[in-house]
Design a protein around this ligand. Structure first.
Ligand SMILES: Nc1nc2c(c(=O)[nH]1)N[C@H]1C(S)=C(S)[C@@H](COP(=O)(O)OP(=O)(O)OC[C@H]3O[C@@H](n4cnc5c(=O)[nH]c(N)nc54)[C@H](O)[C@@H]3O)O[C@H]1N2
Ligand SMILES: Nc1nc2c(c(=O)[nH]1)N[C@H]1C(S)=C(S)[C@@H](COP(=O)(O)OP(=O)(O)OC[C@H]3O[C@@H](n4cnc5c(=O)[nH]c(N)nc54)[C@H](O)[C@@H]3O)O[C@H]1N2
Ligand code: SF4
Ligand SMILES: [Mo]
Length: 764
């Protein structure tokens, strides 16, 4: 690669920080923040610096590896593609298309090529047994988007740059750098919020890094947020604070909401939540009376037993206080590639419960079954059992509930292929591993996170290093497999037209599609000489076709669409290439009711699905609070899910894989700081050093996820030397949020006991 400084977007988390990477003699000399990036203004976190460790990592795989009786053997790409396509095809033919299962992990959404090429690959497989990280993550938000706004990816995002009050529940952006809120430099933006006279309130079972920056903090019992939020909602009605603002004209069924929250007076929910009823009332009043305010919830309110209801209530509280689509509140982005419009155009607004998983009967969402159903579908014999499995950028052994069972399941497959560049806890079970290029060898555009950014921005990054001739991108791997599968399905040969189509797709790659999407998007380039014709044509279509006619979407695929009239124009791949620091497209703007996709064009405040789950919440209210210790998760700024632990720079220092426990619980259980404790559930048990701290609520223990390395046959040397234990070995996969099918990763009950040291044991 050329010497000098290269600008790009860091792909590691949702924040999309601009990085400036200096290359000298073909090597990375430094990684710094790009001060000229209009979105991140020079901010980065320690993980960005570790991009060079990823690049230089001797443990990162670069050639296909196939398992043989004598261990792993390198393979040529072409032979590897044929081998995988044939095995998958055979299994599909013998046992039916659902006999192949797939799991798409988190890094896919940071990789536009893999996202785009994943579609034809899944289509070629044609399996209903699809899984992804979604059901361990943001599914409740997508469900609320679908049920209330009519489109699963129409995400409302906190307009933090204009807020004067942010109430943050179940999220720790100081560690995570924000989620469903791409917010580079959360600390800096918080400082600005405070400088405007604004305040931050944090509600969490742990006094987090974000709580330390807050003006006010409340402990809440894990899993009880729905009751707390109901208490706030009740207060709005009780104290006559409901004021929808503009939303009054485009929302429906407010009366049902009023009825739904009737039983949940703050005084009634206080016992379960651990939050003082006066405080609950004050929180509701502050949200209602602060003009620019937002209530924001994430992992802690979504991956828990009432994830569906809690997320619905968070949206409702914003709407009923006039904060939806209002400056400083919960707003919608207008990204340059509008996946909401594109989804609607192709009839993909989302769906739930069209079919149910074979063994547990769990609902599909957007064509995927919950991750909690994965092991069962592999382990349970019968028609439709998964016999071959494909993981793409995922490590479900560490990241999905009941990892131990997941490992047993992977062990008994007939065939497994992993598209991944590490030999880790999951891929060690594969028959063949196909390692893609790494991020600095490919171009980058954030299709997903621009949809969730606190400002509208666009940026395209060129590859920093040319991949070797013997390397393949994720998109190339997926397209090759898809192409070969389609050929096999057609008896070995495709028609000329199809064959030419595949060749063109493979030659042009995802960036060509990205260019089309940019040009036809809201900020696109109106088409040269055709331009004078386009506007009248658009107007005509809009005039003659009925409001909901599918063809009307066609007019929405042009930068001239009336809703986009006032936006700046001229975006294309070439235009982005000229601006390596990225382009600012302005602050979030009100856009409702135009962008709603519900049938009646209104926000549905009281979807049946949530109302049907209310008896379960009511039963919780009426029962006495459960005893036992509750297990929750946490993130750290130097870690990234399960796969950045092979960087010495990031893992050095004191082990971060500890069990935080309150001194009162530690005393009672005889647990000593720094000594090992055993955490047990029906799923299994782990041993982990205790960290005694008043930062975690009594009755609660906190353990980060993504650890538990050091297993036989894995080859991440640094990670293995800092193994830790996997929280998901004690998290059960037989407990889910029934409304959404989301895993309960926070708030499950566990048993804790001090582990006897070897000496104690000998003495006994
Ligand atoms: N208990 C508990 N469990 C959790 C969570 C929690 O909070 N608590 N969080 C959940 C959440 S939010 C998520 S998103 C999931 C994440 O879990 P997963 O989706 O399973 O993803 P990761 O653990 O990040 O593992 C990513 C894998 O992709 C590989 N990889 C990295 N980059 C690339 C690439 O560019 N291409 C390819 N092909 N492979 C790549 C890595 O080597 C690794 O094997 O974990 C979930 N699990
Ligand atoms: N450094 C770093 N950054 C990351 C990641 C990472 O692994 N490391 N992962 C990325 C991914 S994939 C995601 S999805 C995002 C997630 O982003 P965040 O949602 O901000 O993730 P967490 O830091 O896990 O914050 C969840 C918080 O919920 C709290 N919590 C647990 N249970 C409950 C509960 O029942 N109620 C309430 N109110 N709170 C509860 C936890 O104590 C924790 O503070 O982060 C992304 N960014
Ligand atoms: S906050 Fe996220 S995007 Fe920004 S530098 Fe760190 S890992 Fe990269
Ligand atoms: Mo995630």
């Amino acid at each position: 690669m050329d010497n000098g400084i290269h600008y790009r977007t860091c792909h590691l988390c949702e924040a999309m920080c601009g990085v400036a990477i200096e290359v000298k003699d073909g090597q990375i000399a430094s990684v710094k923040g790009d001060a000229d990036d209009p979105f991140s203004h020079g901010h980065i976190c320690p993980k960005a610096v570790a991009l060079q460790d990823l690049h230089n990592d001797p443990d990162r795989l670069t050639r296909p590896l196939r398992r043989t009786a004598d261990g792993w053997e390198e393979m040529e790409w072409d032979a590897a593609f044929d081998f995988v396509a044939e095995r998958l095809y055979q299994i599909r033919r013998e046992y039916g298309r659902n006999a192949v299962g797939t799991y798409q992990g988190n890094p896919n959404v940071h990789n536009h090529g893999a996202m785009i090429a994943g579609l034809p690959f899944l289509r070629a497989l044609g399996t209903q047994n699809r899984f992804s990280a979604t059901s361990n993550d943001q599914l409740p938000h997508m469900l609320a988007n679908l049920e209330m706004f009519g489109h699963q990816v129409l995400f409302p995002i906190p307009d933090i740059d204009h807020s004067e009050l942010m109430i943050c529940i179940g999220a720790n952006p100081m560690a995570s750098n924000g989620s469903l809120m791409s917010v580079p430099d959360f600390r800096g933006r918080l400082k600005a919020l405070k400088a405007r006279g604004g305040q931050l309130v944090v509600i969490d079972p742990r006094r987090t890094e974000t709580a330390r920056e807050a003006d006010e903090f409340h402990f809440v019992r894990p899993g009880s947020d729905a009751l707390l939020l109901m208490g706030m909602l009740h207060t709005l009605f009780d104290e006559d604070l409901v004021n929808l603002g503009a939303a009054e004209h485009w929302s429906r069924d407010l009366d049902l909401v009023r009825l739904a929250c009737l039983p949940y007076a703050p005084e009634a929910v206080a016992g379960h939540t651990g939050v003082d009823p006066t405080q609950i009332r004050i929180l509701a009043r502050r949200l209602a009376t602060t003009q620019r305010a937002v209530l924001y919830g994430r992992i802690g309110t979504s991956t828990q037993s009432f994830g569906g209801i809690a997320t619905w209530l968070i949206y409702l509280l914003n709407i009923l206080t006039g904060k939806l689509d209002a400056t400083g509140g919960l707003m919608f982005t207008q990204p340059a590639v509008d996946l909401v419009a594109l989804g609607a155009l192709s009839g993909q607004r989302g769906h739930i419960g069209r079919r149910h998983s074979r063994v547990k009967g769990l609902p599909e969402f957007g064509g995927e079954y919950p991750a909690s159903a994965m092991a069962d579908e592999i382990l349970t014999p019968g028609d439709g059992q998964i016999r071959a499995f494909v993981t793409i950028a995922g490590n479900p052994v560490l990241s999905s509930p009941n990892g131990t069972r997941m490992e047993q399941a992977l062990e008994q497959l007939d065939f497994m292929v992993s598209v991944d560049y590490y030999l880790n806890e999951t891929t060690r079970h594969a028959d063949i591993i196909l390692p893609p290029t790494h991020a600095l060898e490919r171009s980058h555009y954030d299709l997903i996170f621009n949809m969730m950014a606190v400002r509208n921005v666009a940026k395209f990054s060129e590859p920093l290093f040319q991949p070797s001739a013997n390397a393949r991108h994720d998109w190339q791997i997926l397209l090759e497999l898809a192409h070969r599968l389609e050929r096999l399905k057609k008896g070995g040969r495709l028609g000329l037209r199809q064959e030419l189509g595949w060749q063109a797709f493979k030659r042009l790659g995802p960036d060509a599609l990205l260019d089309v999407a940019l040009r036809t998007g809201p900020y696109g380039q109106p088409v040269g000489r055709l331009q004078p014709l386009l506007q009248p044509a658009t107007d005509l279509i809009e005039a003659i076709l009925p409001q909901r006619h599918p063809l009307r979407h066609l007019t929405r695929l042009s930068p001239l669409d009336r809703r986009w009239q006032d936006l700046p124009k001229g975006l294309s791949l070439a235009a982005l290439r000229e601006q390596p620091h990225g382009i600012d497209l302005g602050p979030l703007q009100p856009s409702l009711p135009d962008r709603l996709h519900t049938r009646d064009g209104k926000v549905n405040l009281a979807p049946r699905r949530y109302l049907d789950d209310l008896p379960r919440l009511y039963r919780m209210l009426m029962s006495s609070p459960e005893g036992g210790m509750q297990l929750i998760g946490r993130r750290h700024v130097r870690s990234n899910n399960s796969w950045m632990h092979n960087s010495q720079r990031l893992v050095k220092g004191k082990s971060r894989c500890t069990m935080m426990i309150h001194p009162s619980d530690a005393d009672r259980l005889g647990i000593v700081d720094g000594h090992e404790a055993e955490v047990t559930s029906v799923a299994g048990s782990i041993v982990i050093p205790a960290e005694i701290t008043e930062d975690v609520m009594p009755g609660v223990v906190s353990i980060p996820h993504g650890w538990g390395h050091g297993r036989a046959g894995t080859s991440q040397r640094v990670a293995n030397a800092h193994a830790g234990a996997s929280i998901n070995d004690v998290i059960r996969d037989d407990q889910i949020d029934p409304v959404s099918g989301t895993s309960i990763l926070n708030g499950q009950t566990v048993q804790i006991r001090a582990r006897q040291s070897e000496q104690d044991r000998q003495r006994a």
